[in-house]
Design a binder for this molecule. Structure first.
Ligand code: OGA
Ligand code: MN
Length: 299
């Protein structure tokens, strides 16, 4: 049986049924999933029974996998495979992270609107997040459509951001929460990288905003002006008409296109409930400046 695509919103999110992603997929199913993913930027696949290996294997259909940012810190003890981002609230012994645990404070950065790995020179193409256990209430994830947000910008703003290059670092988003506990290796790995603020998607041909809480500066622009612009664009892009809010079920796999969405995690009682969420992340094909034909000076 072929896969079934059921739109959740007219052009941003859809649910996909009649497919078992833990098994190797035929070329027709894969092509249908890719087509749906190009049209909708968020796909929800309920009831997928992955272990880490089968989740990573499915992710490899979309391209090469990223390595978790926790690897940049020598003393960090990984709970999961190095290709898996551990965005839940459990430690290496599967105990709930305590209030002041560094990993918990670090992951609080996921509450700010962002797109994954825009702080890497070669950023993410897509993220595949699987819910192993969820709290009974709270802990939803919100997604914003940066293509629709771009389309709705006034022409003058589109002209203003054309060719602008922003500096992204994961240390910028963490600094917004007052978090600055980075060692030497992390400071080196997380040096700011340049990304365009408006990009054309090679598959759909659509334009998209490309912004995140990881932005700390815009090249050639005064800091106050840059911060005001990023704030305005973020407020514009996260208006309710551009947002899909996902309420998780155990064994949901959600895939989102990091090139043209932002997302944020929502609050839950993380001292009472375990939330075990595991993310595979696929790299984009080239740095965004290169994709947009912009030559950028080294910082
Ligand atoms: C992520 C992320 C938010 C959440 O997995 O990249 O930001 O709700 N997750 O867990
Ligand atoms: Mn994220």
């Amino acid at each position: 049986m072929a896969i079934t695509v059921q739109p959740t919103t007219p052009s941003f999110a859809a649910e996909v049924g009649d497919v078992d992603l833990a098994r190797p997929l035929g070329p027709d199913d894969l092509a249908a999933i890719r087509a749906a993913f190009t049209r909708y930027a968020v796909l929800v696949f309920p009831d997928q029974h992955f272990d880490d290996d089968s989740q990573l294997d499915f992710a490899r259909n979309f391209g090469p996998l990223e390595t978790t940012v926790f690897k940049a810190r020598k003393e960090h003890k990984l709970r999961l495979h190095e290709n898996m981002a551990d965005v839940g609230n459990l430690d290496a012994e599967n105990r709930i992270l305590t209030t002041n645990d560094r990993q918990r404070l670090y992951n609080l950065g996921n509450r700010l609107w962002h797109t994954d790995s825009s702080f890497k020179r070669l950023p993410a193409y897509c993220s595949l997040l699987h819910a192993r256990s969820i709290p009974p209430i709270g802990g939803h994830t919100e997604f914003a459509d940066m293509r629709a947000a771009y389309d709705a910008l006034p022409d003058a703003t589109k002209r203003r951001i054309e060719g602008l290059v922003a500096e992204h670092s994961i240390m910028h988003s963490r600094a917004k929460l007052g978090f600055a506990d980075f060692d030497e290796g992390e400071r080196e790995a997380f040096r700011p990288v340049p990304q365009v603020m408006a990009r054309r998607l090679q598959d759909s041909g659509r334009m998209s905003l490309y912004i995140a809480s990881h932005i700390g500066a815009i090249r050639g622009m005064d800091d106050a002006e840059a911060k005001a612009l990023v704030e305005e664009l973020t407020n514009h892009a996260t208006q309710r008409q551009f947002v899909y809010s996902h309420r998780w079920r155990v064994n949901d796999l959600v895939i989102w296109d990091d090139r043209c969405t932002m997302h944020r995690g929502m609050d839950f009682d993380d001292q009472r409930y375990a939330r075990d969420m595991r993310r595979a992340t696929v790299s984009d094909v080239a740095p965004t400046c290169e994709q947009m034909g912009l030559a950028v000076a080294a910082e």
